[in-house]
Design a protein around this ligand. Structure first.
Ligand SMILES: *[C@@H]1O[C@H](CO)[C@@H](O)[C@H](O)[C@H]1NC(C)=O
Ligand SMILES: *[C@@H]1O[C@H](CO)[C@@H](O)[C@H](O)[C@H]1NC(C)=O
Length: 351
């Protein structure tokens, strides 16, 4: 009797210790063990909170049932050998989530709405998270004015200064926000929607990237590609007039892939995008000057150049960074030749 009690006490202590030792990115549950009733009634099962695909086709994270429900997620099938549940989390206006891979959605998504409102959606994260990756299914807000100012609708972020404002239409791409968990362990998406009749909607998946994670983008990279081909897209490249936005200040970064020695950039719109003088689009190896060797001027304006239709290829010696800084605020962004926004395909060639 005495021995049994001591055994039980040790067992309970072990449970507590194991629960405390569990990392913040793993869940610990106690499961009744049917096969070995006499030695241990309960066993501790610990599994990592890895990504999963829910029954709806949306992405989720494998969590214990109580972790998922407590944080406002939906159970969409099992994972971790049946001990975890694929937890798909979606938040609307006023929503707060600390689940990895949370979707932020507009009111009534996938329907559109057109009533004036402010809408705050908040992602909470742990101290070891340094970036949020936004996978944009769609962001469809009222377009900017001719100077790229978001006067009708605007999305702003409470951390990071890469984009001081976002509006217009952007589909099927990704962006990275750098966050500083020492300053604040939350990031607000603040949508300020005007009264105009534009039909709005948005859906963005927000993944939390740990500071020590290999897939972290280099700091300051608003887009980060780790593939041999892809499409670089600034915000608002999918609207009808494609006006580039004011208040952008970031780099698009491409990793040099194994056994790749050249890089070719091709305009999807048929001619090169050049911002107005006062704003900057800067390629490594002066790839735009290569297209316009005579002038060396890389912007449109008085004495500026005409965009040239051709793919540009350069040797690939290391990672590529393309800087896009739009700070003038008075420029008319509309009559920039045919092409008025940054939208480029790239392909890394063999050695
Ligand atoms: C249950 O007990 C058996 C026999 O001790 C063991 O092999 C099995 O891994 C246990 N199951 C769990 C979920 O701990
Ligand atoms: C969130 O999910 C992504 C994708 O599955 C994963 O790479 C990342 O490590 C996860 N973040 C945390 C904080 O667990």
């Amino acid at each position: 009797m005495r021995n049994q009690r001591t055994g039980l006490k040790i067992c309970i202590k072990m449970l507590v210790i194991l629960a405390l030792a569990a990392s913040t990115h793993a869940d610990t549950i106690t499961a009744r063990n049917q096969t070995d009733r006499f030695l241990s009634l309960f066993s501790v099962v610990r599994f990592k909170n890895t990504g999963c695909t829910g029954s709806s086709g949306d992405s989720g994270t494998c969590y214990a049932k109580h972790t998922c429900l407590f944080n406002g997620g939906n159970l969409e099938g099992t994972c971790a050998g049946g001990f975890g549940h694929c937890c798909v989390t979606k938040i609307g206006c006023g929503g707060v989530s600390r689940n990895n891979c949370t979707y932020i959605e507009s009111p009534g998504y996938p329907n559109t709405f057109s009533t004036a409102m402010t809408c705050k959606q908040t992602i909470m994260f742990n101290r070891d998270v340094c970036q949020l990756r936004l996978d944009v299914t769609e962001v469809d807000l009222a377009p900017p004015d001719n100077r790229g100012m978001c006067l009708e609708d605007v999305l702003t972020f409470s951390q990071d200064i890469k984009w001081s404002q976002v509006c217009g239409t952007t589909l099927n791409t990704h962006y990275y926000l750098d966050v500083d968990p020492d300053t604040s362990t939350k990031l607000d998406f603040d949508f300020n929607i005007g009264a105009g009749p534009y039909p709005r909607k948005w859906k963005i998946k927000v993944s939390q990237i740990c500071c020590d994670q290999l897939s972290m983008a280099p700091m300051g990279c608003g887009q980060y590609f780790t593939s041999t081909t892809g499409t670089i897209k600034a915000w608002n490249t999918d609207s009808a007039d494609r006006v580039y936005l004011h208040g952008q200040n970031y780099a698009t970064c491409l990793r040099k892939e194994i056994d790749r020695c050249t890089i070719t950039y091709t305009e999807t719109m048929g001619d090169w995008f050049l911002p107005r003088c006062g704003d900057t689009l800067e390629f490594p190896f002066n790839i735009i000057q290569q297209n316009n060797p005579a002038t060396g001027i890389t912007c449109l304006g008085p004495g500026g150049v005409s965009p040239v239709l051709r793919p540009a290829t350069a040797s690939l010696q290391g990672p590529q960074q393309i800087y896009f800084v739009t700070g003038d605020g008075t420029n008319n962004h509309v009559d920039v030749g045919q092409n008025s926004n940054l939208d480029l395909e790239f392909s890394q060639g063999a050695c």
